[in-house]
Design a protein. Structure first.
Length: 260
């Protein structure tokens, strides 16, 4: 008995291939363009370098996506609110990359919050993702990787003078002259863990830490070495006032920062 199913012509086969390609491209484009947060507050120019190499200048309420690299100019503080209600506030002269961020209230197993602090400093406030999947938060820096235990913290990467002169991008103003080159951290609430090939160290609320480079283990330092973080007051609307979430140790070694 002959096969009565009509044969697929070369033109029909090509059309099917093209249709599949269009559908796949459309799905990929939709995923690539998915917003993971917005610019909540902004005090100056903020540049956004996209994963495809394109560059745009952001304004308040602009969206940010996974793969974006944000560059805060020398007078710019920028507060990014992510879809899980977490916040990252960039200080002037900062380069920060959103390596991968994913949050779905119904899919905790797919959570991801991977960032890179390439240059400068920031303040991080934990959101819903960090509260239910602390191990999924990761902030890479040139000296160590920071993980959270439900927290608010400040991180500042200080380049040495020679590297700072050669590095492209905005100059970071307002650093105390006694801040040594390396990674400085201050925990305002909760706990963080700082890890590199040299070792790991937990830092609790009110503690300060320092890591000079990737091969030396993180250490707790007895007092604030001069770390400051002073975003405009409008960035902290509705907060409990200066150092509201800090314990006695932090009050004694104050960081100029208003936190939730």
């Amino acid at each position: 008995m002959k096969n009565l199913r009509p044969k697929c012509t070369a033109i029909e086969a090509l059309a099917r291939v093209m249709l599949c390609a269009v559908l796949l491209f459309g799905a990929g484009a939709a995923w690539a363009g998915q917003a993971v947060g917005i610019v909540e507050h902004l005090s100056g120019p903020l540049m956004d370098r996209k994963a495809d190499g394109t560059v745009k200048i952001l304004a308040a309420r602009s969206e940010v996506e996974s793969g974006d690299t944000l560059v805060a100019e020398k007078n710019t503080y920028a507060q990014i609110r992510f879809i899980d209600n977490s916040e990252i506030t960039l200080r002037p002269g900062t380069t920060f990359k959103i390596d991968n961020f994913a949050y779905d209230a119904d899919k905790p197993e797919a959570d991801s919050a991977a960032f890179s602090l390439v240059k400068g400093g920031l303040r991080s406030i934990t959101g819903l993702l960090g509260k239910r999947n602390k191990e999924k938060f990761q902030l890479k820096t040139p000296a160590a990787t920071i993980g959270i235990r439900g927290t608010t913290f400040i991180a500042q990467w200080v380049e040495d003078a020679a590297a700072a002169k050669q590095a492209p991008g905005p100059v970071t103003p307002g650093l105390a002259p006694d801040l040594a080159p390396g990674l400085h951290v201050a925990v305002l609430d909760g706990m963080i863990v700082v890890t590199n090939p040299g070792g790991a160290q937990h830092f609790q609320a009110g503690q300060f830490g320092f890591v000079p480079n990737m091969t030396v283990p993180p250490i707790v330092i007895p007092q604030n070495p001069g770390l400051k973080f002073t975003p405009p007051p409008t960035f902290n609307i509705g907060t409990g006032g200066p150092l509201a979430s800090q314990g006695p140790a932090a009050q004694q070694n104050k960081v100029d920062c208003i936190v939730r």
